[in-house]
Design a protein around this ligand. Structure first.
Ligand code: SAM
Length: 287
């Protein structure tokens, strides 16, 4: 098996297969040998674990995961990489590459069929153009997975892992908090990739919650309240919810106060519990 941590080897393999990078597919491959072992460890890749990877590239992280875990299945959209991966992963009999778009693949079926009897975790250096859609799909589909360890752009890491009350907190941070406990693990510089992107990255881990952190009357309604609250960040919660949910201010104001939410607060200042209480009160008001 070629040494995938060696930039000369990577260039030679790619050139031999006539491979050219696709910017549209977010193809920035890892060339820093210290990153993949740390990611594999953070993802708990070990015997008894099935690891779902997204985007194999030339297989540098895939190989590290396969050396540690029971089984690795990687969904890779770019069919041109299949012959490359056949060569670079030829030493492993516990790896399968599924050629497809992760946003369209039935991940419940994949996990059921490929990882029966195993603990499942996700590990990936995500294609940056669809970071949030992938993370939201992994969370919202309530897959039977333990954790999601992914490399994302630094700014996306801050946004995804922001706690309520932090400036970067938005609707997506609240969703991440609802489904998981997020952590920023370590930074990775732009020079660790081929080609080098314009920004630095971070590895984050989302450990999925076994139980919901708040009791909700209706989960979909809760998320529509969160989206409405963050739709105009500079406005007060009274204004954004009144216009977003079409509730007269005169009726919304007392409801907010009943939930101990100041009508002049901004959405980013509310805790998950306050959003939950508010969504439940608004749901009761509506029904
Ligand atoms: N894991 C490799 C590494 O660390 O070097 C490659 C990471 S690269 C940032 C992202 C990979 O995701 C590319 O191989 C790209 O072709 C693949 N990809 C892009 N969009 C995808 C999608 N919708 N579904 C599956 N794979 C995708």
């Amino acid at each position: 098996m070629p040494n995938l941590s060696n930039i000369g080897v990577i260039r030679e393999v790619l050139a031999r297969h006539g491979f050219t990078f696709s910017k549209a597919l977010g193809q920035n491959f890892l060339i820093n040998p210290s990153v993949c072992p740390r990611m594999a460890e953070a993802a708990h890749a070990a015997p008894g674990y099935g690891i779902l990877e997204i985007g194999a590239g030339i297989g540098v992280l895939t190989a590290e995961l396969a050396a540690r875990a029971e089984r690795v299945v990687c969904v890779e959209i770019d069919g041109r990489l299949l012959p490359v991966l056949e060569e670079t992963l030829s030493d492993f009999d516990n790896v399968e590459i599924v050629n497809g778009d992760v946003l369209k693949v039935d991940l419940h079926a994949l996990i059921r069929e490929r990882f029966a009897g195993l603990q499942v975790a996700v590990a990936a250096n995500l294609p940056y153009y669809i970071t949030s859609p992938i993370v939201m799909k992994l969370l919202e589909e309530r897959l039977p997975i333990e954790s999601i360890t992914v490399m994302v752009q630094k700014e996306a890491a801050t946004r995804l892992c922001a706690a309520p009350g932090e400036r970067a907190c938005g609707a997506v941070s609240l969703a991440v908090q609802y489904y998981s406990s997020p952590e920023i693990l370590f930074p990775v510089s732009r020079g660790s990739f081929l080609p080098a992107p314009n920004v630095d990255s971070c590895v984050i881990r989302l450990t999925l919650r076994r139980e919901a952190p708040i009791a909700l009357e209706n989960e979909a309604f809760f998320f529509s309240v969160v989206r409405a609250a963050f739709s105009q960040r500079r406005k007060t919660i009274l204004n954004t919810l009144s216009s977003g949910l079409k509730i007269p201010k005169g009726e919304l104001g007392p409801l907010l106060e009943e939930c101990r939410v100041s009508p002049s607060a901004r959405a980013e200042a509310l805790t998950l519990e306050q959003f939950g209480a508010l969504a439940n009160a608004l749901y009761a008001y509506r029904h």
